[in-house]
Design a protein around this ligand. Structure first.
Ligand code: ATP
Length: 550
């Protein structure tokens, strides 16, 4: 199939902001595909060429792409940069430059989806000597065969900013609609495989029956099951009947896989951080059986044996160098709390059975590897859960988790069967979309950050400016990131790609016409940078409204 056909779909998708219309457009398109290209098409519609479980990236910066565009269009780099500044969007600028291009390629062969897809995939495998030139030559080859509209979307895909307002939820619904499949079945297949290309191709060839057969595979991370807020410890236990109450540790969540001799560690965003945590790999290797498994737990940073702030562990995880030094300076402790696969998939077994398996397979004699502190509660001993909460807080942990003992593990679900009860008031996770340069002492920094949340169509809506809670080190770090993600500037304002997630505390939610959300936050304070979270994890207007009502 020609790439132009997909581009025509992108253009249609770009012309509406309505979720249902977007779903319809994709579904109609998927129905017309009768070959294996459906795999590539689904990933390309999501803006990439690798499934979500893969940690491969194209890794192409704007500069390299600008060089390639300049070469193909026959202008110098400055001209390309000027056009980007004028349009505020690399894709649009690229399209305009192509339309004005003097030399047209006659008799050029058409770009096929397969060629675009495989060329882009090749980009991520190039490293070492001469890699920049090799990458430029692949991009130049692609662009020189492209029409203006194709060039727009190829360049956006290359910088991983497709901007057609299509997330995983829309593609998933479109697959259900196109092949007449129950949404729940598609959703489960997606959560288990994390590969919408695969889900689409199985749906196309084998329908619902095939999708139901898809399952977990050690080595491929699955979306974690998430928690809702508990209204009260006793109330939640009563509702569940029997609950596992566990200490809620304030670190980062790890999903640890063993496949043959290999141990892999993923974050909740499914990033592979194995290399940053060699001591955890060793611990797991030495203290769990040598069969394939997937276990989950929280890793915390400690000082003199006591837990320390969550931000320390994030810094530790981000380290690429001097890991040995970090191992000594920031010792880690793991608390395992679930097992999803042990010799076979286990997610459909009740939590209490999974916990028993975990107790059987983990050797916890070393101080650095533990199971979460847990008690089984019913109405009769709900007081014990309150005592566990108090003990957890006294030991500097965040609170407790209350989990329904009879429940299966449902990847990606934020449901009522797993709850959290914390001592601190709720915060919001918001994405930075802009900023304002500081005054006086803070003149070199972006001092105030414009933050946004998601609406029901996955559009971002601004909700507040936040300028407190930031020490000089964080300000410097954030200012650097803002420059890296800059889209445009006006006066003392900067607008950026939505990449930085901040956890924000506040005193009150108020109605406000000043912000796109229609609400704002009083006295917002940055509690931390949530680099373990992405755009898909930020809070929604729906949650804000329900907090406002409360
Ligand atoms: P928060 O910001 O409150 O940590 P979150 O959005 O990161 O919440 P939630 O799903 O709301 O994630 O809360 C559950 C998180 O708590 C898990 O993702 C995990 O990282 C952490 N956690 C700590 N201890 C446990 C435990 N014993 N069982 C399950 N999750 C735990």
């Amino acid at each position: 199939m020609n790439y132009q056909e997909l581009v025509n779909v992108y253009i249609k998708l770009d012309s509406t902001t309505k979720r249902l219309e977007k779903t319809e457009i994709i579904s109609d398109f998927l129905k017309t595909i009768d070959d294996d290209s459906i795999y590539d098409i689904c990933l390309l519609i999501l803006g990439g060429v690798f499934p979500a479980w893969s940690d491969k990236e194209l890794g192409i910066g704007d500069k390299l792409l600008i060089q390639a565009i300049a070469k193909v269009v026959g202008v110098n780099k400055t001209k390309v940069e000027e056009q980007i500044n004028a349009d505020g969007d690399l894709g649009i600028a690229c399209e305009k430059l192509f339309l004005n291009k003097k030399q047209t390629t006659f008799f050029a062969k058409s770009l096929t989806i397969d060629f675009v897809f495989t060329s882009l995939q090749r980009l991520s495998d190039i490293s070492g000597n001469n890699s920049t030139n090799k990458k430029i030559s692949i991009i130049t080859e692609l662009l020189s065969l492209a029409s203006a509209s194709e060039a727009k979307y190829i360049s956006r895909t290359i910088i991983e900013e497709l901007r057609i307002g299509v997330g995983e939820g829309i593609v998933r619904d479109a697959i259900s609609q196109a092949f007449n499949i129950d949404k729940k079945v598609t959703e489960r297949a997606h959560m288990l495989t994390n590969d919408l290309g695969l889900v689409a191709s199985v749906a196309q060839r084998q329908g619902e029956v095939g999708l139901k057969k898809l399952t977990l595979t050690p080595g491929k991370p699955v979306k974690p099951m998430l928690a809702q807020l508990s209204p009260g410890i006793k109330e939640s236990i009563k509702e569940m009947g029997e609950a596992l109450c566990e200490t809620k540790y304030d670190g980062i969540r790890l999903q640890i896989h063993r496949v043959n001799d290999k141990i892999l560690i993923f974050t909740r965003r499914l990033e592979n951080i194995t290399l940053a945590m060699p001591e955890i790999v060793k611990l797991i290797d030495e203290n769990l059986p040598h069969f394939d498994f997937i276990v989950e737990g929280e890793v915390i940073a400690t000082k003199n044996g006591k837990p320390i702030s969550f931000q320390n562990i994030l810094r530790r995880v981000k380290r690429k160098y001097n890991i040995e030094e970090a191992i000594e300076n920031v010792p880690l402790k793991v608390f395992l709390f679930d097992v999803l696969f042990y010799k076979k998939p286990m997610i459909d077994e009740p939590l209490i059975e999974r916990r028993r398996t975990l107790e059987e397979i983990v050797d916890t004699s070393k101080d650095e590897i533990n199971l979460s502190d847990m008690i089984i509660c019913t109405c009769e001993n709900a007081n014990d859960a309150e005592a566990l909460f108090k003990k957890s807080i006294d030991e500097n942990h965040e609170g407790i988790m209350i989990k329904d003992a009879s429940e299966p593990y449902i990847p990606g679900l934020r449901g009522k069967k797993m709850l959290k009860f914390k001592a601190e008031p709720e915060t919001l996770d918001l994405v930075v979309v802009g900023g304002v340069r500081g005054l006086g002492k803070r003149g070199d920094f972006i001092g105030s950050y414009l933050v946004a949340l998601r609406d029901e169509n996955d559009n971002l809506k601004t909700v507040a400016h936040v300028a407190t809670g930031l020490d000089d080190e964080t300000l410097e770090y954030l200012t650097g990131k803002m420059k890296e993600y800059e889209l445009s500037q006006k006066d003392n304002r900067i607008f950026v790609q939505p990449k930085i997630v901040l956890e924000i505390a506040f005193s009150e939610i108020v109605k406000s016409p000043e912000y796109e959300a229609g609400y704002s936050l009083r006295f917002p304070v940055v509690k931390g940078i949530r680099s373990d979270k992405g755009l898909e994890d930020i809070d929604t207007i729906e949650r804000l409204k329900s907090m406002y009502k409360e």
